[in-house]
Ligand binder design. Structure first.
Ligand code: SF4
Ligand code: SF4
Length: 317
């Protein structure tokens, strides 16, 4: 058994190397996943072996409901070590409406075959309409029905991005949009909310799942505690200004550009996320660092209970 795991892991590493991901880079990625989930770093090599062994085999179905394709776009724009490479080239992505070469009947056939085989990861991007199935269809079939059918045979359902988790921006509209957990009710869903999905959270959580055969600890809203334990306000680099009562009022005043954004609509005091401690795109930046107030995109009540986005939260209430 041990030998066959080692053989599979070796094959996984070879394939990773052939796609430009070295064993060292992969181990680094697994180590980051361990750090994120609070595991001892000594676990990382075993986790890397287990994940590498499965990485080459695990089929993925990626379905897009009511959304803007921003989550796929976020994943494709990510940089080193390239979660897009791991997800899109190294997992066996059998269906993805935006990037797959097949179209029409061929694409649907690939989806049907994969669903019939079972044991895949199902990723949902976008929300599901409940008011009228005609709001979102695939090949003339209601999207919600197809999604439920795919979820029934999946090993794990991952809701990627705010719309897929809780309905997001479409929920504020007329379609009665809901996220995966409300559509499925009895199926456990792993929620990774933010608008768009944060690529490193997605890949680290998949690696954790493949390496441990179980989900990380989730909070009451189905989010991994490791990423959503604290509010943004706790580690915001503008916090000192908040404590001093220094609030930005004029976007064009360079002297106050790093002051607290509360009066400009920042929802960081009630938004559980690690955006300010682990910046986006390999640590390049995040909303607060570029002067944009947090809009609360990782919260279940985003968007309608946090809008208008650029108004003082007290005034919104
Ligand atoms: S900018 Fe937002 S998160 Fe940062 S200190 Fe001000 S209120 Fe808190
Ligand atoms: S800082 Fe706030 S708005 Fe920006 S991505 Fe994080 S949770 Fe969303």
């Amino acid at each position: 058994m041990k030998k066959s795991l080692e053989d599979s892991a070796e094959k996984g590493y070879e394939r990773l190397e052939s796609r430009g991901v070295s064993r060292r880079d992969f181990l680094k990625l697994c180590s980051l996943s361990c750090v994120a989930f609070g595991l001892d770093l000594s676990v990382a090599p075993k986790m890397a072996d287990a994940a590498a062994a499965k990485l080459m085999k695990k089929p993925v179905i990626w379905m897009q409901g009511q959304g803007c394709t921003g989550c796929s776009s976020s994943l494709l724009s990510s940089i080193n070590p390239g979660p897009e490479k791991l997800l899109l080239e190294l997992l066996s992505v059998r269906f993805h409406p935006t990037i797959m070469a097949a179209a029409g009947e061929q694409a649907v056939q690939s989806w049907e075959e994969c669903v019939a085989e079972g044991n895949y990861l199902l990723v949902l991007e976008g929300s599901i309409p409940t008011r009228d199935p005609r709001f979102c269809t695939v090949e003339g079939q209601p999207f919600g029905e197809l999604f439920k059918k795919a979820a029934a045979n999946a090993d794990l359902v991952i809701a990627a991005g705010s719309c897929a988790c809780y309905g997001g921006i479409p929920r504020a509209g007329i379609t009665g949009a809901v996220g995966a957990q409300d559509a499925l009710k009895d199926t456990k869903v792993l929620n990774l909310p933010s608008c768009p999905v944060k690529p490193d959270r997605l890949i680290s959580t998949i690696l954790y799942y493949l390496g441990h055969n179980e989900l990380p600890r989730l909070d009451n809203d189905g989010r991994p505690v490791a990423y959503y334990r604290y509010v943004l306000h706790d580690s915001c680099h503008r916090r000192l200004h908040y404590e001093r009562g220094e609030f930005l009022s004029d976007w064009n005043d360079p002297k106050t550009s790093d002051w607290c954004l509360y009066n400009k609509g920042c929802k960081g005091k009630e938004t559980f996320t690690n955006c300010s401690s682990y910046w986006w795109n390999d640590g390049v930046s995040y909303c607060g660092a570029v002067g944009s107030p947090c809009s609360g995109c990782s919260q279940p009540k985003f968007y309608e209970e946090f809008s208008p986005l650029f108004a003082n939260p007290e005034e919104v209430k």
